[in-house]
Ligand binder design. Structure first.
Ligand code: TMP
Ligand code: ZN
Length: 405
């Protein structure tokens, strides 16, 4: 039995994927023998209902000088972050010499908005390659893991922060209380922290089990975040659902008692209860749906092979690592996956070792069936790949159900 990383309550495992590599550990053939595996399983805390991995690989194994994920690789995500920067600045940025900090600033896509407006800012990211990409844009960046100690250093060097932002980052950090203590230390009294993270309610509603992988130490709910903020001088005052990463929640956090709780926050909290997020049975039912989804996907790919239809994967997402390894799908069923990230091309996917090819390989010629792993970018991809359907080919999707389109 494991203890909750948020409240020390008992964590009940509800899905165990078994031996799993890291979602983003794309590798060369020479590295196959030394590939790292861990046991991927998710549990839910009986007392605060925080969904969390029961075993976490060391952060240094996941975030390093060869981190292959660049925020700017999706046009729609870049547009989303511009909207986020614009709206939080309008709502929360004070007039005189504000200071904005971003935790997990990646390639500086979000902070670039503040840089362009000469607003004092600092990004913190432990992966040196993405941090360097941000620095090249002129975004002030510190290559470090954000925690209480680092927050203290930032405070003494730059003063307190009016706005602390994080997108798809806080859920990656097992030492959540150290991060929250850091925010508590660094934030001005009137300051606001805004972070958005994949939302467990969407995972449940879409049977999006592929959101469970090494980097997602937590899949948060409002209830879990409220509980996590409890010991700190911080509280939730507003929340907003977002479409990003297949369904996210944007959390607005201020000092305790500083702002009234919004009606939207109260409504969303009540909805979590109605959706069964504070009942253990909901998570057991989810496991049953995941098993069905996995069987359906393998059956579809085996069917293509039997019918002589060629198949390929579209986008070598970190999420696809869970799907491929959980379902045991290798190059025999899916000979290659195309992806726009140069760092992934020419390498193999973690665990099942499917070759990753550049996007041009998708068009020459089109496969008969393409398995869409970047389902969270479906709109952008379907618009870009109109000719694929015109060629008579079809998409295979698995979210929210396995089907060909
Ligand atoms: P994400 O789902 O974690 O945002 O990762 C997106 C991955 O999908 C990343 O490796 C880039 C890839 N991708 C494509 O290959 N083509 C596309 O059109 C898009 C939007 C993403
Ligand atoms: Zn708990």
């Amino acid at each position: 039995m494991k203890h909750c990383l948020i409240c020390s309550g008992c964590v009940e495992t509800f899905i165990d994927f078994g031996r799993m590599p890291l979602g983003n550990a794309f590798l060369t053939a020479e590295e196959f023998e030394t590939e790292y595996f861990f046991n991927l399983a998710a549990g839910v805390c009986e007392s605060c209902f925080a969904v969390q991995l029961t075993d976490q690989p060391k952060p240094e194994k996941m975030f390093h000088s060869r981190y292959p994920f660049f925020t700017g690789s999706s046009g729609r995500m870049s547009a989303h972050f511009e909207e986020m920067a614009r709206s939080v600045s309008a709502r929360f940025l004070p007039g005189s010499d504000p200071f904005v900090v971003e935790i997990g600033s990646n390639d500086g896509t979000l902070l670039d908005f503040f840089r362009a407006r000469n607003i004092r800012h600092l990004g913190v990211d432990p992966s040196s390659n993405v941090a360097e990409a941000a620095a090249r844009k002129g975004v002030q960046t510190l290559c470090a893991f954000f925690d209480e100690r680092e927050a203290g250093k930032i405070l003494s060097e730059h003063g307190s922060a009016d706005l602390i932002l994080a997108a798809n980052v806080i859920c990656h950090i097992a030492a959540l209380h150290s991060v929250l203590s850091g925010i508590d230390l660094l934030l001005t009294d009137a300051g606001v922290a805004v972070f958005e993270e994949p939302y467990m309610r969407d995972v449940l509603e879409k049977t999006a089990y592929d959101q469970i992988y090494d980097e997602h130490v937590f899949l948060f709910s409002l209830h879990a975040v409220q509980k996590a903020l409890g010991p700190h001088n911080l509280e939730l005052f507003d929340a907003q659902r977002e479409w990003t990463h297949g369904g996210s929640m944007r959390y607005f956090i201020g000092r305790k008692g500083a702002r009234p709780e919004s009606e939207e926050l109260l409504r969303l909290l009540a909805e979590e209860k109605l959706a069964g997020m504070t009942r253990m049975k909901t998570y057991e039912d989810f496991r049953g749906r995941c098993e069905k989804s996995r069987e359906g996907l393998v059956r579809a790919l085996e069917g293509f092979k039997k019918d002589g239809l060629s198949a390929a994967g579209y986008a070598a997402t970190s999420k696809s690592t869970t799907v491929l390894n959980y379902a045991g799908i290798g190059p025999d069923l899916l000979p290659y996956i195309c992806d726009t990230t140069p760092e992934k091309q020419g390498k193999f996917t973690p665990g099942v070792h499917i070759p990753v090819r550049p996007p041009e390989a998708f068009r020459s010629p089109y496969p008969d069936r393409a398995l869409l792993f970047a389902w969270n970018h479906a709109e952008e991809i379907m618009a870009k790949e109109k000719d694929f359907l015109l060629s008579g080919a079809k998409w295979l999707v698995y979210i929210p159900h396995v089907k060909t389109l």
